[in-house]
Design a protein around this ligand. Sequence first.
Ligand code: CO
Length: 294
Amino acid sequence: MKRNVLISVLIVLLGFVLVAGVQAAGHGHKKEMKKGILLVAFGTSIPEAQAAFENIDQKVKAAFPDIPVRWAYTSSIIRHKLAKEGKQLDSVEMALAKMLDENFTHIAVQSLHTIGGEEYHDLVKTVQAFGTIMGGFDRIILGYPLLAQEEDMLRVTDAMLQNIPKERKPKEAVVYMGHGTPHPSNAFYAAMMYHMQQKDPNIFVATVEGSPGIDEAKAFLLEKKIKTAYLIPFMAVAGDHARNDMAGPEEDSWKSILTAAGIQCKPILKGTAEYDGIVDVWVDHLQGVLNHFE
Ligand code: CO
């Protein structure tokens, strides 16, 4: 009995010490929780491509109406180009510094990248750095890019297939243009092609800067004697790569390369962020981060 009393006293004393500690850290004032969302994309300077980002912006604001939403572009080239047109876009560092200054305490940073490649991992480092600043945010957490888990690949496969133009015939191919990277996560593109072909054997995924490239895709199409191919971006926005490298008039565009091989091309200039089923995956990843703040 005496021993139980002693333990109770110790627990109460420990409680006082902990409370005193917390108060000392905050000069007796506990900061009020202020949540914020920061959406991070590579960016685009093409006004028509902007529609994709506007779609995400609307969807995120509808899903989390009480939380302020900010944007940052990682590409300094695009930010400087937009600045000359009078459009001010922040870097991740600038956006977070402003949020810190505005007394936000809990930040959900959501990557709008397709895969966790080099840009995503740069973002990981920036978020970690902001997480360790003295007097900084209470919590700052980064959400996964579009493709992070097996479930994401299945959901993205369904959403992409649902958005193929209805007039496309089964014998006609669909060739998706991913960005591609020397980073190991480039493997997601081949994995996506595998999942898509499980549902439709005439779907191909190739990349601008990684493997498989357009030459491999061309060989697949010729081997299957395909005469027509829809070319569709597998990037958040239909920006410079889609308009020039995919659908442009230059000799080395995908359209020109496949046309020269006798394959008729039908380019679709729509980014994946314009498809609701895809945006839902990003929004769910963001929800996963916000769940940590409850
Ligand atoms: Co690029």
